[in-house]
Design a protein around this ligand. Structure first.
Ligand code: BES
Ligand code: ZN
Ligand code: MN
Length: 502
């Protein structure tokens, strides 16, 4: 276990195994970033030439490790590039702390002397380090690499209440994000719907500080209660579907937020089978459920005065003799009928049931999170998620919340043409689940979901791209599950408790 603390002190005087400082690019060459001044003066005129000899350019994300040979009190110095001095944002600092976390290999004590001018910076440094040092080793037989006993963030505002709170918040949110990452990274065979539901129950018992109640509905009850979407998608699997509901009801709640997350524990495509290569990462198709569940725990642990009702439909989209067929009609929870035209567009079917269920609670706002469409990855790439909804202001405030949280969302429209197609393209049912035309698949999926939220204010986050990092780590984002959504949803709850829209 690593303990994190805040201390006023200077980088050149602290005695720890490693000290991390930032370097910025200026018109006059490389310069020590705030927090690193003392280190630079300890090296004196040698500082800049030393860096340039090593080929260090100060570019954001760059890092180099230098044995200090007694120039400062600590034996090892890690320099992290922060890019141009005039463009130094808190996000840059957050990413630099993530890069630093991955450069610290075997140290027992680490001092972070990155720019920590205010509580927001302290939050960014803690976020970056906590998220950047994540590793998923559950299925590796070698021992996991050691983690430091102590990480100290050096800051002039160390003693301020805001800074202390920022560090606390960062720890709660990062722990939740890493819980979501663990679930996403767990192989689908080890996280079937029943096992995922059990894991949520266990996580809730482990986290007594979060006053969250968990309710799990099994397949018999789902069938009896008319959850046609969840049953229709989950019926071909040997591992039956579940609906997991979480509830956090603080006294004096200022708003009521409902969260819905797509929990497809594996997406083979069903009878509209995916090609083999497209299936290999489909254990990640429960990233939305992981995010909303973990975020609920974090919001409760922080004690935010917002009521949260969370719905995570869980199903495995498989193939068998009793699978839902293209052309079948499902009656969704609430009674609307849907013609299934492509069993690989399964996410919207389980979400529809859960969205209707969420509206029954009359929340002020519903946010759903889902790895819903490959089209969204084509539109926005793998680092930006799509955001769509039925209220422009809400979409904007959630996008802003994402920006503060270090998660990128970009708005896409739900056009009346798409809504028209959803409502008229089926000759046999109320709604057509799938559009025969590929283009604008993200918009169509959202238009379909919109049919199930009634008048409730609603936003939909399509995280198909950034839920999973198939490449190497960058900034504070590791390879594999990213946990995207957790931090933004906590921020949304924070804004709601401050009286904003989300
Ligand atoms: N889970 C996928 C979407 C996805 C794709 C997530 C890539 C992450 C990475 C979803 O269920 C799906 O299969 N969508 C289809 C929809 C189509 C059949 C309308 C898609 O995007 O191809
Ligand atoms: Zn899917
Ligand atoms: Mn699918």
């Amino acid at each position: 276990m690593t303990t994190y603390s805040l201390r006023k002190g200077s980088a050149e005087k602290i005695k720890s195994d490693v000290v991390v400082v930032g370097v910025v690019q200026t018109e006059d060459g490389l310069q020590a970033a705030p927090g690193a001044e003392g280190v630079a003066s300890a090296y004196g005129r040698r500082f800049a030439p030393l860096l340039s000899t090593m080929g260090f350019t100060g570019k954001a994300g760059e890092t180099t490790t230098v044995p200090t040979g007694g120039v400062i009190k600590s034996p090892l110095l890690i320099l992290v590039g922060l890019g141009e001095r005039d463009r130094l944002t808190t996000e840059r600092v957050r990413r630099a702390a993530g890069v630093a976390a991955r450069s610290v290999s075997n140290a027992s004590t680490v001092a972070l002397a990155l720019p920590a001018l205010d509580a927001d910076h302290v939050r960014a440094i803690a976020d970056g380090y906590l998220l950047g040092s994540y590793a998923f080793t559950a299925f590796k037989s070698a021992d996991a690499p050691g983690t430091p006993n102590e990480v100290v963030i050096l800051s002039d505002v160390a003693r301020s209440k805001d800074a202390g709170r920022a560090l606390e918040t960062a720890q709660v949110v990062a722990r939740a994000t890493c819980l979501a990452r663990d679930w996403v990274n767990t192989p689908a065979g080890n996280l079937t719907p029943p096992l995922f539901a059990d894991a949520v129950t266990t996580a809730s018992k482990d986290n007594k500080d979060a006053k969250v109640t968990v309710k799990v509905t099994d397949e018999a009850r789902l069938e009896a209660d008319g959850y046609g979407g969840i049953i229709g998608v989950g019926r071909a699997s040997a591992n039956p579907p579940r609906l997991v509901e979480l509830s956090y009801k603080p006294r004096g709640a200022k708003a009521h937020l409902a969260l819905v997350g797509k929990g497809i524990t594996f997406d083979s495509g069903g009878l509209s089978l995916k090609p083999g290569a497209a299936m290999t990462t489909m254990k990640i198709d429960m990233s939305g459920a992981a995010a909303v569940i973990a975020a609920t725990f974090a919001i409760a642990e922080l004690g935010l005065p917002v009521r949260v009702s969370t719905f995570a439909p869980m199903a495995e989209n498989m193939v068998s003799g009793n699978a839902t067929r293209p052309g079948d009609v499902l009656t969704m929870y609430g009674g609307k009928t849907v013609e299934v035209l492509n069993t690989d567009a399964e996410g919207r079917l389980i979400l529809a049931d859960a969205l209707v269920k969420a509206t029954e609670q009359s929340p002020d706002l519903i946010v759903d999170v889902a790895t819903l469409t490959g089209a969204c990855v084509i539109a926005l790439g793998d680092r930006v998620a799509g955001i769509l909804g039925n209220d422009e202001e809400t979409v904007k405030s959630i996008k802003d919340a994402g920006e503060r949280a270090g998660e990128a969302f970009w708005p896409l429209p739900i056009t009346s043409e798409m809504t028209e197609k959803v409502r008229t393209n089926s000759k046999v049912a109320d709604l057509a689940q799938h559009n025969s035309e590929r283009w604008g698949g993200t918009l169509y999926a959202a238009a379909f979901l919109q049919e199930f939220v009634g008048d409730t204010t609603w936003a939909h986050l399509d995280i198909a791209g950034p839920a999973f990092n198939e490449k190497g780590p960058h900034g504070y984002t590791p390879s594999g599950g990213t946990g995207i959504g957790v931090s933004t949803l906590v921020q949304v709850a924070q804004s709601l408790s401050d009286g904003h829209r989300g």
